[in-house]
Write a protein that binds this ligand. Sequence first.
Ligand code: PLP
Length: 408
Amino acid sequence: MIVMLARMASDPNDVINRANQVLIANYARWPIEMRRGEGSRLWDQNEKEYIDLFAGFGGCVLGHCHPELIRAAQEQAAKLWHVGNSFHSEPQVEFAERLKKHSFDGRAFFCHSGLEANEAAVKLARLRGLADGGKKWKTVSLIKSFHGRSLAMISATGNPAVKEGFGPPVPGFINVEPMDFDALEKAIDDETCCIIMEPIQGEGGVNLFPIEHVARIRKLCDDRKLTLIFDEVWTGGGRTGEWFGYQWFKQGGSIIEPDIMTMGKAIGGGLPVAGMWAKPDVAKLLVPGKHGCTLGGNQICMKVAKTIFDVIERDDLLNHAKKLGDIAMNRLKREPRLASKAKEVRGHGLFIGIEFEEEPKDLIPKALEKGVVVNVTYKKIVRLAPPINISEKDLQIGLDRFIDAIDA
Ligand code: PLP
């Protein structure tokens, strides 16, 4: 028995083999077990090192095992983990104060995942639609969007592959072409309560919107008394070099704001933290009994989230993300080995998409072989979203490896 255990412990693929016996195979996993992380680097079961240019789908905004986040979590864990939302607790208030400081005036609701945040936002928009005296309950969203995997959010998501196999869509969700303003206008009727969109479409391929288009959507919402929801799950928390993606929509000295924004991923730095931030006159409709989340606003998560915002501010990481994003995009645009293959390099800050002319075959395994983690969406679009505190040196090494993988 002891001999068998010792052999299993020394088999580098032990965890991978065991995983197949106990985990549902809903994720396409590579035969790699990540064992350790530090900053922008990861190490696998064979001690092979990787530069992480995707940060756990954008979650690890300050990289792996940031010492201040460890300390914040440990200190809070020793004090109070969870009490339930029948009580007040300072970590929630502190984090919500950071949201207020770095975005528009609002009020927070906390949960664990982006999809839950979006569900909350659509429910709140429906309450507002009803409060408006009408029977407004429908949501218009955009093709190539992604809003999560619940039944309602796959209906909001503008990607047929995500909906397939789950029966008829939840009623009240209409998907329209992202850049077709006329189609958007036509999709709105007297029963529409909200439009939901990402400031930059993430899963759709790092698709940016011209500010004029967003301004027209904002005006349409104002004219038709619709709630505008920005899904900031990818773009919130400093990823783009602004606190939130909407802050890129600057027009004549003012910024185009949503009525509600949702967030996830980066705001928890890899912990399950998500939330909805709504303007006070909208937020006031969510009264007791209308919505909730048992572990939402968990004290450890909130303390870490607050600390992330403080570190980003203190270390001027928004400017760092902008600077490094520009360096990376300029390099990728000029890279001779990409010239004939890459159609466009786009993004803001450290949220970068490289659209290829043709599907780069086996890119991910080749990149992993070279020692870099990247992601591909919609077959032809490579996404880079490293920790925003990555050093220029690590970023350049990661890009070297990525470019080598493209060439391999
Ligand atoms: N919204 C956007 C824009 C996303 O990119 C995602 C996930 O990738 C979600 C919502 C869903 O978030 P979660 O997986 O945390 O439910």
